[in-house]
Design a protein around this ligand. Structure first.
Ligand code: ZN
Length: 341
């Protein structure tokens, strides 16, 4: 895959997020009231909008170059898409780990793309953000497949390819609406190594005919296995977690070729706020494997499970660390990059 310049200039080491951000406490309260039938749909939608204003402003104030809408409107990454694709049905929550429940969807008839799923989310984010580029996240076809019951298609593989066509249509709609950077989330991608070959083909299907920047986020995963497919996966950037792993997996980046890394520098599974030095040291480590021009900087994963104050503080530390490195790079004449896809 040859990367093309997309004509948008960004500061070197663009800072971004993986996607989710803690919902404001008041929004969680409104959602509870809505579920209890005590406020109507209008109140809920207005609250989602206001929450996006708040969390986009918060990311921008922290200095993030490429914000998301914090996924304020989404309860869960698979359920949200399954609810909006025709052919899914919900039987109720199943226990996934500890006391966490997941409303596992079932595919019960032929899947159909009825209407855009997150295009309105993108358009609202575009209106609210002052940044040149914003990030839209989409759950990938393999993860939706892996986390659903298949009661219709003859195989898991067939289901994954059907979902890939639907996600591809959605990405094309987002491109038409003006989106520049879409991240496909595939946390399940390496969980069944025997399925990797066709899983990669299915994930690639979502990129067909798309001309904007596409990133792939994979977390909780076997990066040794994933990295064998860096070349084959039709994405210009891989957003991966490194802080949670003590930056031990960096060797896999030798397989990155000309592609980019979305480098996870703060741990979303720990409430401890990293020091600026930790971020600076992490970046100096990654430069041994990847040129600064091919590094974007982000937290390991979505921030949604952290208290909001801690999420914000982690973003601030991340940006302060990046700014220190930028000063050093500036002396070498490195200030800007052109976005590639
Ligand atoms: Zn993640």
């Amino acid at each position: 895959m040859v990367l093309r310049e997309l004509g948008v200039e960004l500061p070197i080491l663009p800072t971004t997020v993986i996607g989710s951000y803690p919902r404001p406490r008041w929004l969680r309260h409104i959602i509870r009231l809505y579920r209890a039938g005590r406020v109507d749909e209008k109140v809920l939608q207005e609250s989602f909008d206001d929450a996006v204003y708040a969390v986009v402003r918060e990311q921008e104030e922290a200095g993030v170059d490429i914000p998301s809408d914090g996924e304020m409107r989404r309860d869960e990454m698979v359920e949200y898409f399954a609810e909006r694709i025709k052919g899914f049905k919900f039987y109720g929550p199943v226990r996934v780990w500890g006391n966490n429940f997941f409303n596992k969807p079932a595919v019960v008839s032929k899947l159909e793309y009825e209407k855009p799923i997150v295009v309105n989310e993108y358009l609202f984010l575009r209106k609210v953000s002052t940044r040149k580029v914003v990030k839209v996240t989409i759950t990938g076809p393999y993860t939706i497949t892996d986390w659903s019951y298949n009661e219709y298609y003859s195989s898991k593989e067939e289901l994954a390819f059907e979902l890939a066509k639907i996600i591809n249509r959605e990405i094309i709609e987002l491109e038409k609406a003006g989106a520049l950077f879409i991240q496909v989330d595939e946390p399940a991608l390496t969980t069944h190594p025997d399925e990797m070959e066709w899983a990669v083909e299915a994930v690639n299907e979502v990129t067909r005919g798309v001309n904007i920047k596409l990133g792939l986020h994979v977390c909780y995963s076997n990066y040794e296995l994933l990295s064998k497919y860096f070349d084959k996966l039709n994405f210009s950037q891989f957003a991966l977690e490194f802080a949670n792993r003590g930056f031990r997996d960096l060797e896999v980046l030798k397989r990155l070729g000309d592609k980019e890394i979305g480098f996870g520098v703060v741990d979303v599974h720990s409430r401890r706020i990293e020091s600026v030095d930790e971020v600076v040291n992490a970046l100096n480590k990654v430069f041994k494997y990847v040129d600064p021009e091919r590094v974007y900087v982000n937290p390991d994963c979505g921030l949604k499970l952290l208290p909001r104050e801690i999420a914000r503080a982690k973003l601030e530390v991340m940006v302060r660390g990046v700014n220190i490195i930028r000063e050093q790079l500036k002396r070498r004449g490195l200030e800007k990059i052109v976005m590639r896809g």
